[in-house]
Design a protein around this ligand. Structure first.
Ligand SMILES: [Zn+2]
Length: 128
């Protein structure tokens, strides 16, 4: 009955223990609570997550600026204000999206955890 939900819980690739969502970090490695091995979510997972947050923030910022643009005076100061509204909305929305997103996204799209120690031995990316 519950097998679908259980299958979604990420497991430690080293010892097979279920990893609680609260423990999972998408931005950096974290230790497995059972065997203490360093684990990580795949790098594209975090990148996709950040990209989604940025798209969301850009959409919200554009909407807020557009609303402001309709009501503001068409002056230099007004344009500067609109730009400030755009930047502020973008920054606050993306911070909020990353904060709340990191709580919910991993529940909706559980990452397949990787063994960080194995992963770091392989050359996946060339350092820039
Ligand atoms: Zn483990």
């Amino acid at each position: 009955m519950n097998s679908n939900a259980a299958a979604k819980i990420p497991k430690c690739p080293a010892c097979g223990a279920n990893i609680k969502f609260l423990r999972i970090r998408s931005d950096k490695p974290f230790p497995c609570p059972a065997c203490d091995r360093q684990l990580m979510a795949p790098e594209p997972y975090h990148k996709r997550f950040l990209l989604s947050c940025r798209i969301l923030a850009a959409a919200v910022a554009a909407a807020a600026t557009y609303k402001y643009w309709l009501s503001m005076p068409r002056t230099d100061a007004g344009v500067r204000h609109a730009f400030a509204v755009l930047c502020l909305t973008y920054v606050t929305t993306s911070l909020a999206a990353v904060f709340f997103g990191s709580i919910f996204v991993k529940r909706i799209f559980p990452p397949k955890l990787e063994d960080y120690e194995e992963y770091s031995k392989q050359a996946h990316y060339t350092a820039l």
